[in-house]
Design a protein around this ligand. Structure first.
Ligand code: AR6
Length: 168
């Protein structure tokens, strides 16, 4: 089996034609700002209904729904940690998001998955530290049937941090 390819792109994740996009959600799963708001807007109101039926999600955990009006067939909702200074288990919780999303994606038969930089916006996780955790965790855990994992960055700086982490 060929190894899973890891790529960094600078894009709006709602535009990507992949099997699953990961959402940086909150524990209610009922939407919010940032990438969560963008995904809900692009997927349409049925996503909200599907999320409501799930009844919430713990930090570090994930839930899967259809992608509805998105090109992506699935949305994997991950609840990242709120940054509290680094001594509240934030690193492990962030890694759990990346790992659990890979497991759920594989269960759903996904071959291509795109992640945003979970927790690095409204939740305040330091961007470089988060990029290192994202790349390290996915590199260690990605396996077939997955073929490609995309780190979808929303700025040049985020993309640079992920590319640097990938090169190390
Ligand atoms: N495509 C890709 N990345 C994006 C997009 C987009 N369209 N929009 C923003 N980003 P954030 P969090 C990047 O704040 O920190 C919500 O209200 C953004 O630049 O979306 O995990 C939820 O409901 C940043 O690098 O998520 C939660 O309450 C990254 O996505 C809370 O925010 C994550 O930023 C979650 O906060």
């Amino acid at each position: 089996m060929p190894p899973v390819r890891l790529d960094v792109v600078e894009a709006d994740i709602t535009t990507l034609d992949v099997d699953a996009v990961v959402n940086a959600a909150n524990s209610s799963l009922l939407g919010g700002g940032g990438v969560d708001g963008a995904i809900h807007r692009a997927a349409g109101g049925k996503l909200h209904d599907a999320c409501r039926a799930l009844g919430g999600c713990g930090t570090g955990e994930v839930r899967i729904t259809p992608g509805f009006d998105l090109k992506a067939r699935h949305v994997i909702h991950a609840v990242g940690p709120v940054w509290q200074g680094g001594n509240a288990g934030e690193d492990d919780l962030l890694a759990s998001c990346y790992r659990n999303a890979l497991l759920v994606a594989a269960e759903a038969g996904c071959r291509t998955v795109a992640y945003p930089a979970i927790s690095t916006g409204i939740y305040g996780f330091p961007a470089e530290r988060a990029a290192n955790i994202a790349i390290k965790t996915v590199h260690a855990a990605a396996a077939p049937p997955l073929e490609q994992v995309i780190f979808c960055c929303f700025s040049e700086e985020q993309a640079r941090l992920h590319l640097t982490a990938l090169a190390n």
